[in-house]
Design a protein around this ligand. Structure first.
Ligand code: NAD
Length: 248
């Protein structure tokens, strides 16, 4: 009988970096569960992309900030597929604004999705990851969580929080060989960046990047692919920067 495929849950996988990660992991032979919230059509396109590289997967609709939805979805995934070996906490939002203009609702929503969302998903998946012989958690943080960014107080706080969470969980789960790492992308070409960084700001930004270009979702996916692979089995609690040299 062929060996059962490792199962990976990728949150926020209907587009951008999440979709690229789902496709890369599928290329490496993992069965991928692509989480999405609202955009059914984009989610189906992402699943088609996974299948187009010879991979296999399913869609799972839930809001990462809602722990009841997360618990129910994770239980269903484990029941239907028998295991969860890999969790990629990728879902994220940015509600920008300088401190004085940041409403407490926007602060709370940003923390709920980016940080509490990762907490809910990790907690729900942990019992299955602990049973796996190759358990992996990768949290998608940001360069902004490391160096800050004027106008992104809630986003940078949430992304910095993910780095702290990564290091604590790396210590807590190490005895069961589950690795927990963080990837901090710099500026990556996706809907999120296109919405927030345009025109002259974009040009000025590119000038600050030693490699002289905005990154691609695939650049980030390649780092995640490595951290999930057996080649990274001795790497845990680390922050892997994928930023073209923007922060060294
Ligand atoms: P994106 O907006 O294209 O993708 C974010 C995904 O998260 C979307 O599919 C969205 O539907 C999903 N999502 C949002 N709220 C959700 C919720 N409550 N539950 C489930 N899914 C939800 O942006 P992206 O650039 O692909 O970002 C992916 C991750 O990378 C995010 O965590 C983002 O903060 C991080 N990041 C992006 C950049 C960049 O330059 N694009 C840089 C650093 C970090």
């Amino acid at each position: 009988m062929p060996e059962a495929k490792r199962v990976a849950l990728v949150t926020g996988a209907s587009r951008g970096i999440g979709r690229a990660i789902a496709t890369a992991l599928a290329e490496d032979g993992l069965f991928v569960v692509l989480n999405y919230t609202a955009n059914e059509a984009a989610a189906h396109e992402a699943l088609a992309a996974v299948k187009s590289v010879g991979g296999d997967g399913v869609l799972s609709k839930f809001d990462v900030s809602n722990s009841d939805q997360v618990d129910a979805a994770v239980k269903q995934i484990a029941t239907e597929h028998g295991r969860i070996d890999v969790l990629i906490n990728n879902a994220g939002i940015a509600i920008d604004g300088l401190l004085l203009r940041t409403k407490k609702e926007d602060w709370a929503r940003t923390l709920d999705v980016n940080l509490s969302g990762a907490f809910h998903c990790t907690k729900a998946c942990s019992r299955y990851l602990l049973k796996s012989e190759t358990g992996r958690i990768v949290n998608i943080s940001s360069v902004v969580g490391e160096q800050g960014n004027a106008g992104q107080v809630s986003y940078s706080a949430a992304k910095a929080g993910l780095i702290g969470m990564t290091r604590t969980l790396a210590r807590e789960l190490a005895s069961r060989a589950v690795t927990v790492n963080c990837v901090t992308p710099g500026f990556i070409e996706t809907d999120m960046t296109n919405k927030h960084v345009q025109g002259e700001v974009r040009e000025a930004l590119i000038k600050q990047i030693p490699l002289g270009r905005i990154g691609s979702a695939k650049d980030v996916a390649e780092a995640v692919r490595f951290l999930v692979s057996p080649r990274a089995s001795y790497v845990t609690g680390q922050v892997l920067r994928v930023n073209g040299g923007l922060l060294m």
